[in-house]
Design a protein around this ligand. Sequence first.
Ligand SMILES: *[C@@H]1O[C@H](CO)[C@@H](O)[C@H](O)[C@H]1NC(C)=O
Ligand SMILES: *[C@@H]1O[C@H](CO)[C@@H](O)[C@H](O)[C@H]1NC(C)=O
Ligand SMILES: *[C@@H]1O[C@H](CO)[C@@H](O)[C@H](O)[C@H]1NC(C)=O
Ligand SMILES: *[C@@H]1O[C@H](CO)[C@@H](O)[C@H](O)[C@H]1NC(C)=O
Length: 414
Amino acid sequence: MFHERYRLSGFFVFFVAIPMVCGCNERKVIDTIFRNYSKTVRPVLEQNITLHVEYELRVYSIISVDEPDEFVTFLLWTTRTWKDQYLTWNPKDFDGCTTVKVTVDHIWLPDIYFLNTLDTQSISLTGNDYVDLSYDGEIRQYRKFKAQLSCNMAIGDFPFDTQTCPIIVGLWTYNYSELILHLRYPIVGLASYNGDPDYAPIMANNSEFETVSFTGVEVKSTVGPFTYSELHYSIGLKRRPAYYIYVILIPSYLLTSLCIIGIFTPNSNINERNERVTLGLTTLLSMAVILNIVADQMPKGSEGLPLLGIFVLYEIGVLSAIVPQNPTMDYKRGSPDGSINHVIDRNVERQTAVVLSISSMVQNAIESMKKRLHEDEEKEKRELIWENVFDSLDSVLLVLLLLLNTLISYFLLR
Ligand SMILES: *[C@@H]1O[C@H](CO)[C@@H](O)[C@H](O)[C@H]1NC(C)=O
Ligand SMILES: *[C@@H]1O[C@H](CO)[C@@H](O)[C@H](O)[C@H]1NC(C)=O
Ligand SMILES: *[C@@H]1O[C@H](CO)[C@@H](O)[C@H](O)[C@H]1NC(C)=O
Ligand SMILES: *[C@@H]1O[C@H](CO)[C@@H](O)[C@H](O)[C@H]1NC(C)=O
């Protein structure tokens, strides 16, 4: 009973109430214009008429930049507008109806796509999107894409680089005499166009990249005997280098400086020779890991290493040069003071007292031995002088190398 009444009242509202209140009957319009419509036919009345499509591109956000594989992932908003000459009506005949909404799968659509795409996902909320249709046949369609676009990365200046990535909009089948693409705003840039508040081509920055330029031009491109219409957009992305400065640059500079200080500080303790080599090798290992981090981020192209990679490689070169140099200096130092020789001396004397009474032959031998020890002491004195010389040399080298490292780092990354 209840259902019956509900259906009856619904029936009444649909057929009587709406036309009276609203004035415009969308259903009547749609029934009429779609009666003979074919969505596979280019919507021009004569085949020799060119269809013009106005295109507007907005970069809603830069999702990611993939340097090794050389592509950028964008979230793009597009608006395209064209006139479908079959979908027109006179508003006077339809109670003043000027616009209706129709679903996209009922109408002809231009086959516009991104020419340099690797993957494009259309983001649709309902799976059945609507377009605005006005009485003169103008169709306005809004779309959202997540698009992976290929972009050749110029990483020579990394991490102080600016990438220029193209966004090429083109047609798959329709040629220049059938369909022409136009920019909705003749001049595309970051600044507002003629004070139009609606103009916002770049809607967000990426955390790593800042958008520094955005341009767009209409292009007539020729492929073999055919000519096609294309729109060439270009977006300039400048990297914010802070992350790489804190994570790679400063640590490698400090590691190298510490290693230089460790190796060339004069008068360290006895086991220094081994410890210095260990210090040098450990630092080298850390630098190799850091270099690996840099290399992993980069495309393995012909451009070679980026600036940051060259810097880390330079630091590795400095370390490799200083580490093997040092043991040869240590070798000349000998023992820190003469104490060990004195101990040997005393032991020799005690033994001499016992041996003396047994044989003078042995005593002669001891004499020659003492002479040799004396010679050793002379030698030790010479070595002490050398040690002082090398200590001074170390101090000079320490200051020189630290200065050189700082200067070269500065000029390399300036
Ligand atoms: C639909 O097409 C037929 C012939 O193809 C034509 O006779 C008829 O008038 C058309 N109707 C409308 C509403 O255009
Ligand atoms: C298109 O072709 C028709 C004849 O089929 C001709 O009358 C008309 O002028 C042509 N239009 C253009 C724009 O060339
Ligand atoms: C992007 O960042 C730059 C500099 O930080 C800023 O000037 C610009 O307004 C930002 N753009 C947007 C759309 O937030
Ligand atoms: C476009 O294609 C048509 C045939 O499909 C051809 O007649 C015409 O010459 C082509 N125009 C251009 C500019 O390539």
